[in-house]
Design a protein around this ligand. Structure first.
Ligand code: DOR
Ligand code: ZN
Length: 344
């Protein structure tokens, strides 16, 4: 079996920087036309100049003839002002602003401590049509880790939408039925991204026969009923839901640790893994909309003119890939993926 798709885009990607970025970029560039690049570098990308420089480093690291285009984002802080938003918007290469609640995940210490501190930035974003990309989890340690998305929706997102009713907003890497329902309740300006790993795995994968640090990510995997709700949304043909891998490379030693980092690496087989997920519900005909059309429409960008081919063929994922001077353990390491990317 063979599937030909308009070239997809990844609307949520962690590329890191320098040697690590050089190691992982080709996986994304082989599959995707564009990707929204997360700004949570060790020194977060908080202004337009930093985004311009980071974009240039990505372009310099691309394989020759790669048609891939990075779409940059700004990291929202308590101090982001309206003037910075306008500069970002006018740059032409910054397409969104990312909200990390302070302390929610990797490199989020400089994130937002109180939403009130962001009102002037959000107002400017609402005015110029710049989307807010949301890591939707509360950080209060007393809230159960499996409930953090749900509580964030009630406590933060619902009031935010009432205050900024026309702000474009993407709830990133949705992991719960409540997240899906939030996006469905919102107007056309509210959308959501779904990762391949949250479509394919439930929380049992973190504990299969022992603790599995390579299946630890944030928001954490949830129970099967939530996975089913995500898969239904992804394959349902609703343009509010589109592809965002949240592929997040970490060195093996940083994950296989007493306090392991959050993130799954999926860029090596991203579109192939989504094909597996869509195949579970026999809805491969809906993959192109989800992967190659709805996200571009939401961002007001043209569809890619190139195509990719997927073949229904098993291949074995390597045990590891290089990550700078270290190595990373990809999703399905040493195991089989059932779709293969055809030669371009
Ligand atoms: O699992 C995750 N890894 N979730 C995030 O929100 C951040 C990401 C990372 O940067 O490693
Ligand atoms: Zn992410």
């Amino acid at each position: 079996m063979k599937l030909v798709l308009k070239q997809p885009d990844d609307w949520h990607l962690h590329l890191r920087d320098r040697e690590a970025m050089h190691s992982v970029l080709a996986h994304t560039a082989a599959r995707f036309g564009r990707a929204i690049i997360m700004p949570n570098l060790r020194t977060p990308v908080t202004d337009t100049g930093a985004a311009r420089d980071y974009r240039q480093r990505i372009l310099d690291a691309l394989p020759a003839n790669a048609g891939f285009r990075p779409l940059m984002t700004l990291y929202l802080t308590d101090n982001t002002d309206a003037a910075e938003i306008i500069r970002a918007h006018e740059s032409g290469y910054i397409h969104a602003v990312k909200l990390y609640p302070a302390g929610a995940t990797t490199n989020s210490a400089a994130g937002v401590t109180r939403m009130e501190n962001t009102w002037s930035a959000l107002e400017a974003m609402q005015d110029c049509g710049m989307p807010l990309l949301v890591h939707g989890e509360v950080t209060a340690p007393e809230v159960d880790v499996f409930d953090r998305e749900m509580v964030f929706i009630d406590k933060i997102l619902e009031p935010l939408l009432r205050r900024f009713p026309t702000l474009k907003l993407v709830l990133e890497h949705i992991t719960t039925r409540q997240g899906i329902e939030f996006v469905l309740r919102g107007g056309d300006q509210v959308a959501g991204t779904l990762t391949a790993h949250h479509l394919l795995l439930n929380r049992n994968a973190i504990f299969a026969g022992g603790i599995r640090p390579h299946h630890y990510c944030l928001p954490i995997l949830k129970r099967e009923a939530h996975r089913e709700a995500l898969l239904e949304a992804a394959t349902g043909g609703n343009p509010k839901f589109f592809l965002g891998t949240d592929s997040a490379p970490h060195a093996r030693h940083a994950k296989e640790s007493a306090c392991g980092c959050a993130g799954l690496y999926t860029s090596h087989a991203a579109i192939e893994l989504y094909a597996e997920a869509f195949e579970q519900l026999d809805r491969l005909d809906r993959l192109e909309g989800f992967a190659s059309v709805f996200g571009a429409d939401f961002y007001g960008l043209p569809h890619n003119e190139t195509q990719i081919t997927l073949l229904k063929e098993d291949w074995q994922v390597p045990e590891s890939y290089p990550l700078g001077s270290a190595e990373l353990v990809p999703m399905r390491a040493g195991e089989v993926v059932h779709w293969r990317l055809g030669a371009q």
